[in-house]
Ligand binder design. Structure first.
Ligand code: ACO
Length: 343
């Protein structure tokens, strides 16, 4: 059975920087830079322009990952696309990305499979686990795993929505998971979920139990109430569960590998809130030099946080061949996941 390693990384963030103060001055939100910074560590985020969606953001990230893997686009056997801000209700963003990458063109088009993963903040770890399992099973040699989000289009950018709107940003990260006979790659991974908390962090938009699923006015135009249109979150409950679940998931993958935190060279935490990660870091005694953060610059990019971190760390020379890495994420569902990867 081959091993499954990360052969290339890439990322892309849109150029428009939105600082905390811009939320107040440009959008009229009653907030301050200090409030957001103190509670979350966020200083700024990127917003994509009108006309740009998640599959668009994924294109340059995917191209960079494939190039860094030393591959051609048509070497890919499969696309796994993690997002909560898919371009449309259906089809998923994976097929849009496949077409945009040119994978449907020419006589040698392979029409590779395209799978969308709807696991929000833990979507990348779920996707990595899926891709690695496929590679190890011999079902694919090179799987493109992308996390991409266009949150800016679906945030209630008013004072009413400030508790959620101040947290999120747009961006995309990608990795290629490839087969190798070398003794490296994705080792243990652990995925979890607790559906009792499904409504605690959700954006419902419609209710498929209703007839029709979106209420219509007399002219047949769909009407979505604000509490359905925008994400709802109990921030304190999310914070508490994130800390507990991420720590436990990390410990479980370490136990499965027969290692301790001290054996890990680099930790890649989901970037939801710097305070969540600092709490875990302190509690587990993880030194600063083993942790990468970018939430200050990008906010929470949900499924994209970890692949962006990986790509930046590799680009900066912090993440090197031979390092033992831990990745951990938690988010809506609640869902969570952790993985140990020998780089
Ligand atoms: N600016 C100013 N005031 C604000 C803002 C803002 N951006 N957002 C909320 N407030 C106000 C609230 O309206 C409330 O005012 P009130 O007392 O008059 O009603 C007050 O601040 C306190 O609100 P809380 O929600 O209780 O504030 P809290 O201290 O819990 O901090 C926060 C909120 C930062 C969201 C925190 O709960 C948190 O980070 N939780 C984790 C949530 C998270 O990370 N979610 C990301 C998605 S899930 C994931 O990726 C893990």
């Amino acid at each position: 059975m081959p091993n499954a390693y990360i052969s290339g990384t890439g990322f892309y963030v849109p150029p428009r920087v939105v600082k905390n103060d811009d939320l107040r001055t440009q959008y009229g939100i009653d907030t301050t830079h200090e409030w957001i910074l103190q509670r979350t560590g966020i200083e700024e985020r990127r917003f994509a322009d009108e006309g740009v969606g998640s599959a668009d953001l994924a294109v340059p990230a995917a191209q960079m990952a494939v190039k860094n893997a030393g591959l051609q686009m048509n070497d890919l056997d499969m696309i796994v696309f993690a997002t909560l801000s898919s371009d449309h209700c259906f089809p998923g963003s994976g097929v849009y990305l496949q077409e945009k990458l040119g994978l449907c063109k020419g006589d040698d088009a392979k029409f590779v499979g395209a799978l969308d993963v709807r696991n929000q903040c833990s979507g990348f770890i779920y996707s990595l686990g899926t891709a690695a399992s496929m590679v190890k099973a011999g079902a694919a040699k090179h799987v493109l795993v992308v996390g991409a989000e266009t949150h800016s289009a679906a945030l209630d950018l008013t004072t009413r929505g400030r508790n959620v709107a101040s947290l999120f940003g747009d961006g995309a990260g990608a990795v290629v998971v490839s087969a190798t006979e070398e003794d490296r790659g994705v080792r243990s991974f652990k995925l979890g979920a607790d559906g009792r908390f499904a409504d605690v962090l959700s954006q419902k938009v419609w209710d498929i139990k209703k007839r029709p699923f979106i209420p219509q006015n007399a002219d047949g135009v769909g009407q979505i109430a604000p509490e359905m249109m925008w994400a709802q979150m109990d921030g304190k409950l999310v914070f508490k569960n994130a800390v507990e679940r991420m720590m436990r998931a990390l410990m479980e993958v370490c136990v499965a590998e027969g290692i301790t935190g001290q054996d890990i060279d680099m930790f890649f935490f989901h970037q939801a809130n710097l305070r969540i990660n600092q709490y875990i870091q302190q509690h587990l005694g993880i030194p600063d030099e083993k942790v990468c953060h970018n939430i200050m610059r990008y906010g929470n990019t949900t499924a994209a946080t970890i692949p962006i971190l990986l790509a930046e760390a590799e680009q900066q020379g912090r993440l090197k061949r031979g390092m033992k890495c831990a990745m951990v994420a938690f988010g809506s569902g609640f869902t969570w996941g952790a993985a140990i990867v020998d780089w």
